[in-house]
Design a protein around this ligand. Sequence first.
Ligand code: SAH
Length: 255
Amino acid sequence: MDMASKKDVLQLIQQNISFILVGTTHPGNIGAAARAMKNMGIHQMGLVSPKEFPHEKAFFRAKAATDVLEKAVIYKSLKEAISETKLVIGTSARNRKVPWPIVSPSEAAEEIVSFSKTSEDKTAVVFGREDRGLTNEELGLCNLHVHIPSSDEYPSLNLSQAIQIIAYEIRLKALSHEGKLKKQEWDVPLAENAEIEKLIEHFDELMQEVEFYKTDNPRQLLRRVRRFFKRSKLDHIEANVFRGVFAAIQKKLKR
Ligand code: SAH
């Protein structure tokens, strides 16, 4: 067992993944990016030649993620920012002339999370300028490219929203690797098949007693009623409540 496997995947992600924003023009986007990252448990931000930073607009938009901004590291070039990084994923809103291996957000997240899970090595996701994205040279520094499958009519997302999507996919993968994507627990056990069958039988009886249908061709109706109860995932108490109501109606009818 290596050192890394003893740590929680979520901790590893917080430590080892950084999001690098290249040449960001609007400080508000940097703040919104910090918030989007911290919401998903990603805390390391790198800024390559931001136009205006630090800036009050960035701090305003970051809300409770100002710590991410305070810790953000400023670099002169992308090369410098990723010099110690072993897996670099670049983002691109459009196809480039010489294609690079391209993955979906969920595949990119899988690469990053399985990498971070088995090593303490650094990984980075790189985001481009609001107006021009990343240059071909910058994209050439990356191992993989990720494209968010947006509409052809208008493919480029707002920078911080693209960051939100990638960060969310990473968190989803990390939670799933940790086995923390639990299904919702219900407060009452589900009704057993026999209970549901009795319930359907009881309802059928009641429908006949109130002359809801003619017994000559009830099949379609009964199949629909059956389908309704079968797909409803009734729990034990719910099934009992219905049985109780049907019995109460029958009692009243018999009087
Ligand atoms: N006009 C630019 C788009 C820049 S959008 C271009 O053509 O590249 C600013 C940044 O947001 C991009 O550099 C990228 O990091 C991210 N982004 C926006 N839309 C994206 C998409 N569909 N897929 C991946 N990243 C995207």
